[in-house]
Design a protein around this ligand. Structure first.
Ligand SMILES: Cc1cc2nc3c(=O)[nH]c(=O)nc-3n(C[C@H](O)[C@H](O)[C@H](O)COP(=O)(O)OP(=O)(O)OC[C@H]3O[C@@H](n4cnc5c(N)ncnc54)[C@H](O)[C@@H]3O)c2cc1C
Ligand SMILES: *[C@@H]1O[C@H](CO)[C@@H](O)[C@H](O)[C@H]1NC(C)=O
Ligand SMILES: *[C@@H]1O[C@H](CO)[C@@H](O)[C@H](O)[C@H]1NC(C)=O
Ligand SMILES: *[C@@H]1O[C@H](CO)[C@@H](O)[C@H](O)[C@H]1NC(C)=O
Ligand SMILES: *[C@@H]1O[C@H](CO)[C@@H](O)[C@H](O)[C@H]1NC(C)=O
Ligand SMILES: *[C@@H]1O[C@H](CO)[C@@H](O)[C@H](O)[C@H]1NC(C)=O
Length: 492
């Protein structure tokens, strides 16, 4: 392979499996694998062996086709915090680029699959240790939400997980985490009491409010900028069957649903057992818009008071029922299968049926030239950002509405115009919420597009604090935008 000089090949001979590795990399024919990483991979192959190490992408399915098509120099799957520390040492010693993969639901190359470097895949780290008082659980950061739910259901417990079975706990919690329990307890990140963290210098820190108050602050929203988390100690909550499921509606029910969404976000915010979100999407086959509403109620009650009005609206089909969290997550995953190209973008505003309608209309206007793009599916999800979840929400004395535009399509040649569409939607929707005096600055990092900067929305004081903490724990800038781990959203 072109990028590797004979000098490097000679250097490999010092390491056990170097010859085989050099040959395999050459066969891969990928000139973008940087030489530093050939060396790092050679070391990692030697240390971890074939059970935990592979060239290429380790036969793992990534949610997004752009990430699936990204080629790493090698993949390594640690089983313990010590493994992660060892891997990070090797990577730093060789100055090789890397990415950390949780559930792999990010949408761009290098977010969680390294382009040409090492992908550290956390999927073997899936322990569940419930505390004797059953109020917390220490869990591995490599869980997907389904494995976590199943691990906790053995104890009739759950935690602040999200909706979809194959989404990773790692990215979900580090970004924030909207859960059916968020009206009661806030975002998932507000319910992590302790982190086990491999710092940028490869040492291990136990981070909680007492041991490292600064890092504890930074990890709640600071995303992948402070090291590699190996375990989260999270709130555990008793959970039996709950109400969940989705109802689908034709476009003529839109007015009624807009009204109910507004009522649920405002009048019914007192009932913190209730969570919901709804979406407005374009169905290419029908050439029409459809709506879905997801109902969630913490208790096993089939038609709780907040949903009584909603339940009078005629629907096309429904999966609303009493079941376990794990089962609902499998259902949600089947509605969002891997394989396509995706992007997310977001705006936040004070609840308003009128604004919901306007940003839906903006989406409808902006897709007019795209409707025939193969596999095109734009969907606008709107959900409350519960008072319990953000301080600014509390100050404003009400919930906010978070809009997530998701766009799915098939072909790479459409990437550019899909990005342009999302950007146009963000700009117009932001302007509209500002004109209405209802703009809210917060941007959920896990819903943001790459053209958005969610960290700016944290406010200047918080941002300065995060940057200061990062400089302290990562003086070499390993996890910064010009360091070795550059993907997803970077503080600097
Ligand atoms: C189908 C679908 C459904 C979703 N549903 C919800 C929902 O209900 N609620 C909600 O809040 N969000 C939801 N999201 C958003 C989701 O939370 C984010 O996409 C999240 O980042 C995915 O995490 P992951 O571990 O699967 O992704 P990955 O791509 O593996 O990781 C995302 C980022 O986090 C970093 N990261 C992951 N693990 C670690 C770690 N241990 N240490 C350091 N960095 C790490 C990665 O390096 C990467 O930069 C959904 C997304 C999708 C695609
Ligand atoms: C890849 O994974 C799939 C599904 O997990 C499995 O059926 C298949 O045999 C695997 N292929 C290889 C080459 O390991
Ligand atoms: C090589 O890797 C790059 C970056 O990940 C990728 O875009 C490209 O398609 C790969 N090329 C081949 C031949 O596999
Ligand atoms: C969980 O709850 C079910 C139903 O209430 C009960 O039968 C079972 O014994 C409980 N399991 C544990 C481990 O408490
Ligand atoms: C919550 O608000 C609704 C509607 O405003 C009201 O009907 C209900 O009684 C309230 N519930 C509680 C527990 O206060
Ligand atoms: C690693 O970084 C931490 C946090 O900055 C620091 O406290 C520790 O002394 C460093 N350890 C080594 C061995 O450099």
């Amino acid at each position: 392979m072109a990028g590797i000089t004979p000098a490097f090949i000679t250097a490999f001979l010092a390491v056990g499996s170097a010859m085989a590795l050099g040959a395999a990399l050459a066969n891969q024919g990928n000139t973008s694998v940087v030489p530093e990483c050939v060396q790092a991979c050679s070391h990692l192959a030697h240390i971890f062996g074939p059970d935990a190490y592979s060239l290429g992408n380790a036969n793992v399915t990534l949610w997004d086709a752009k990430q699936q098509g990204t080629h790493s120099a090698c993949w390594v799957q640690p089983s313990s915090t010590e493994d992660v520390s060892t891997i990070l040492s090797v990577i730093i010693d060789t100055s090789c680029r890397f990415a950390v993969k949780g559930g792999g639901h990010a949408r761009d190359p290098d977010d969680s699959v390294s382009a040409g470097g090492v992908t550290i895949d956390m999927q073997k780290m899936r322990t569940v240790e419930v505390a004797p008082d059953q109020k917390t659980a220490k869990v591995g950061s490599g869980h997907v939400l389904l494995s976590l739910y199943e691990g906790l259901e053995k104890y009739n417990l759950t935690t602040l997980g999200g909706r979809v079975a194959d989404v990773g706990l790692g990215g979900y919690v580090l970004g924030g985490g909207f859960s059916h329990l968020s009206p009661k307890y806030g975002l998932a990140m507000d319910n992590v009491f302790e982190y086990e963290l491999v710092l940028p210098n490869a040492t291990v820190a136990i981070v909680n409010q007492e041991t490292h108050p600064d890092l504890y602050f930074a990890l709640r929203g600071g995303m992948n900028n402070f090291g590699i988390i190996t375990h989260f100690t999270m709130r555990a909550v008793k959970q039996g069957h709950l109400l969940g499921g989705v109802r689908a509606y034709t476009a003529d029910k839109r007015d009624a649903i807009l009204e109910q969404a507004y009522e649920l976000t405002t009048s019914w915010k007192n009932d913190t057992n209730m969570a919901f979100f709804y979406s407005y999407g374009y169905d290419q086959e029908r050439d029409d818009f459809t709506l879905t509403v997801s109902q969630e109620y913490y208790l096993p009650v089939l038609s709780p008071a907040p949903f009584k009005q909603l339940n009078r609206i005629p629907f096309e089909h429904s999966t609303v029922r009493l079941d376990r969290t794990s089962r609902f997550s499998i259902e949600s995953a089947s509605a969002t299968p891997p394989g396509g190209r995706n992007l997310f973008a977001t705006v936040t505003y004070s609840p308003s049926a009128d604004l919901d309608r306007q940003i839906q209309d903006i989406m409808a206007q902006e897709i007019q030239s795209l409707e025939k793009a193969p596999g095109f599916y734009p969907n606008l999800v709107i959900q409350p950002l519960y008072e319990a979840a953000i301080r600014s929400g509390k100050e404003r004395g009400g919930n906010a509405a978070v809009a997530l535009l998701t766009v799915l399509w098939k072909n790479a040649e459409d990437d550019e115009r899909m990005n342009a569409f999302a950007q146009e939607w963000v700009e117009r929707s932001t302007a509209t919420t500002k004109d209405a005096g209802k703009h809210h600055p917060w941007l959920y990092v896990n819903y943001a597009s790459k053209a958005q900067d969610p960290f700016l929305s944290y406010g200047e004081a918080n941002l300065q604090k995060l940057r200061r903490i990062q400089k302290e724990v990562d003086p070499q800038g390993v996890f910064t935008s010009d360091g070795l781990c550059r993907g997803y959203f970077k503080l600097q």
